[in-house]
Design a protein around this ligand. Sequence first.
Ligand SMILES: Nc1nc2c(ncn2[C@@H]2O[C@H](COP(=O)(O)OP(=O)(O)OP(=O)(O)O)[C@@H](O)[C@H]2O)c(=O)[nH]1
Ligand SMILES: [Mg+2]
Length: 190
Amino acid sequence: MDINLNLEFITSAALYEQCLDHQDNEIAFVGASNAGKSSAINALSNSKKVAKVSKTPGKTKLFNFFKCNYGYIVDFPGYGFSKVSKAQKKEWSREIPKYFQHRDNLIGVLLFTDIRHPMKESDLEMASMLVDLKLPFKVVLTKSDKISVAQREDTKDQNKKIYSEVISFSTKDKDSIARLRREISVLLSN
Ligand SMILES: Nc1nc2c(ncn2[C@@H]2O[C@H](COP(=O)(O)OP(=O)(O)OP(=O)(O)O)[C@@H](O)[C@H]2O)c(=O)[nH]1
Ligand SMILES: [Mg+2]
């Protein structure tokens, strides 16, 4: 059964204090720039393009709220922040920990990482922060269409030795999109 999340963009926030006030559960999409977070949001939405796929990173707001039938998804700009100003980097490095430490709505995180490459230092730092904060997270190995099925399974198995929850995903694979929709509905409904 394919689920319709009815995803829609609601609002962005530049500072933690400006985060959307709501009563539902929320999951965060994090990962390096170009990992495929915004593309995943677009693939998960059944109809129109709801998220901006990176082309103008300067304009990216820190917290981007999308509503779905089961709660909210918060899309983050990729960490590394190579294309934003120093002042912006400094602000974000203050705001991000606040969100993960204090956001009561937050019930879990999806960590997006390109299946073709080993996890970056910044991914490992994020994973370790989530473990420290006892925030449940799943690793989403993106762009799985770029490698063979055998390589995909192998990379998944390798990651499963370290992270218990590992999903492979491609915007070009309808089954993987349906699977991610189900994962999200289950996470948000719990
Ligand atoms: N082949 C393939 N390309 C993908 C897939 N997902 C994303 N891409 C491409 O990867 C690039 C980056 O995608 P984004 O969705 O903007 O990545 P992001 O993680 O949101 O990046 P930031 O917003 O900079 O953090 C785009 O050119 C996408 O078209 C996928 O599953 N398969
Ligand atoms: Mg993005």
